[in-house]
Design a protein around this ligand. Structure first.
Ligand code: HEM
Length: 453
């Protein structure tokens, strides 16, 4: 059977000279790679006076994200980009403060807690279908943005994405496409506040975003606890959360920042995963047909617990393969606080370490037919993000994505709803290439034809 190779950026025969890769990096870092990037384990570079080591070696990655993680913190650029949306929440916390927050949040994402969120994901799927009506030509990126926002708002606050919440995707898109894009000042900044004038538009976004999250929390608190679901929503759990070591709860500001973090980290990433999975399925109608058989045999409405998802093994594998090809978090970066050695490479304090799931997932040493769409490569592999060393869509080590199960359960339920009602086909045959804009987004926003089955 002929393999399907989704469209990809040209891989250069030789590494681009610095005068070419540096400007291109700010346009789209995913388009700068040469053959050697997909064959070597380590590569050094330097820009704006910052030394960088790119790592594809699973042992080196484990060293940074697990064995010696105390020596590595999130670089300043991440705080500059994400603080406006995430405040002091767990994503940007470090050291003992991070450990405290992570301990308190862990129960929110336990399998039992995710099981309780399934009714919220079901409702988000049903509402997505009712908005789609009889189908037709649609922008799936918008459909999934809306549905994933709806799912996370329901999970957090038992709220709909209707009314004033419907402008949240627009806020996020505007931010990611504008003020939230990394720029050369971010490359040169040594602290979060350097080049303050270049941070004004981010601060203005932050004020609007924080006011929006505050208003949602106020609205939800006024409505009282979520009575409709067994253990309430995530806000109920956050209000009840106690540090198992000290017994202390979270302050209002902390609850606001954790909600902002979940909202920001949770819906853009998941909606991109769904977009790319649908794009891949439009390139492979036969696989799409097999998935439809699965979801027709076990209708999405019958899912009441995570175990039920075992009825859709191919659907899971397609999402995992979409995360391999187009990892929403294409880069995981750290800054060395002290000297170190990784795989024989000396690291001085201040060196930035770049781990790219995008590169690693297409690396020729680790994958058979890395450029082919082969969801079966994940068949029977339990939790591949934790068991395949070259597969890091959710990161690795203690800071691995806290929302991984949340995202995969939500993703399977939403995509199953869509596939049970429609066939998905591209309206044109122009390639869609990935571009990195904080997440991995499509370089153009194509229309898809949804035809009722
Ligand atoms: C397909 C969807 C998702 C992908 C690909 C993804 C990816 C990632 C990655 C790679 C990291 C680690 C970053 C690093 O180590 O620097 C991360 C961290 C995180 N993610 Fe996700 N994520 C997804 C969905 C979610 C969802 C749904 C939530 C919450 C509802 C979430 C919340 C977080 C948080 C809070 C962290 C920080 C954890 C910590 O530092 O302890 N993510 N995510």
């Amino acid at each position: 059977m002929a393999l399907i190779h989704p469209p990809a950026h040209k891989v250069h025969a030789r590494p681009l000279p610095k005068w070419r890769w540096l400007p291109q990096f700010f346009i789209n870092p995913l388009s700068i790679y040469s053959d050697s990037a997909f064959e070597t384990l380590y590569a050094r570079s330097e820009a704006f006076g910052v030394r960088t080591l790119s790592i594809n070696d699973p042992a080196g990655i484990k060293h940074v994200l697990l064995d010696n993680m105390a020596n590595y913190e999130r670089p300043v650029v991440l705080a500059r980009l994400f603080r406006p949306a995430m405040g002091q929440g767990v994503f940007l916390a470090e050291g003992t403060e991070w450990r405290r927050q992570r301990r308190m949040l862990a129960p929110l994402f336990s399998p039992a807690a995710i099981n309780d969120l399934i009714p919220h994901f079901q409702t988000a799927g049903e509402q997505m279908l009712s908005r789609l009506g009889q189908g037709g030509d649609v922008r799936l990126s918008e459909v999934f943005h809306r549905a994933a926002l709806d799912a996370v708002l329901k999970a957090l606050f038992s709220l709909k994405a209707e009314g004033h919440h419907a402008d949240i995707p627009v806020m996020v898109r505007d931010y990611l496409g504008g003020a939230g894009r990394p720029n050369p000042m971010d490359g040169m900044a040594r602290t979060e506040d350097d080049f303050g004038w270049a941070m004004e538009s981010r601060k203005s976004f932050s004020r609007k975003w924080t006011a929006m999250v505050d208003s949602v929390i106020t609205e939800r608190r006024a409505a009282g606890p979520d009575q409709a679901h067994a253990r309430g929503d995530l806000l109920d759990l956050l209000l009840a959360a106690r540090d198992p070591q000290t017994g202390e709860g979270l302050s209002d500001a902390e609850i606001r920042d954790q909600c902002s973090t979940m909202l920001a980290a949770g819906f853009e990433t998941t909606s991109r995963m769904l977009f790319w999975a649908s794009y891949l399925l439009s390139l492979d109608p036969a696989e799409q047909g097999r998935l439809r058989e699965e979801v027709v045999a076990f209708a999405p409405g019958r899912v009441t617990k995570m175990d039920d998802l075992a009825h859709w093994p191919r659907l899971r594998n397609v999402l995992l393969e979409a995360l391999r090809f187009y990892p929403p978090a294409a880069y995981i970066t750290r800054r060395a606080m002290g000297e170190d050695e990784i795989g024989g490479h000396r690291i001085s304090a201040g060196t930035e370490v770049w781990i790219s799931p995008f590169v690693l997932h297409r690396h020729r040493k680790f994958w058979d037919h890395p450029t082919a769409f082969m969801p079966d490569r994940f068949a029977g592999v339990n939790a591949p993000w934790a068991t395949i060393p070259a597969y890091l869509p959710f990161g690795a080590g203690p800071r691995i994505c806290i929302g991984a199960s949340f995202a995969l359960v939500e993703g399977q339920i939403l995509l199953a709803h869509l596939l049970s009602r429609f066939t998905i086909a591209a309206v044109d045959d122009q390639p869609v290439l990935p571009v990195f804009r904080v997440t991995t987004v499509p370089g153009r926003d194509p229309m898809f034809r949804l035809q009722a089955t």
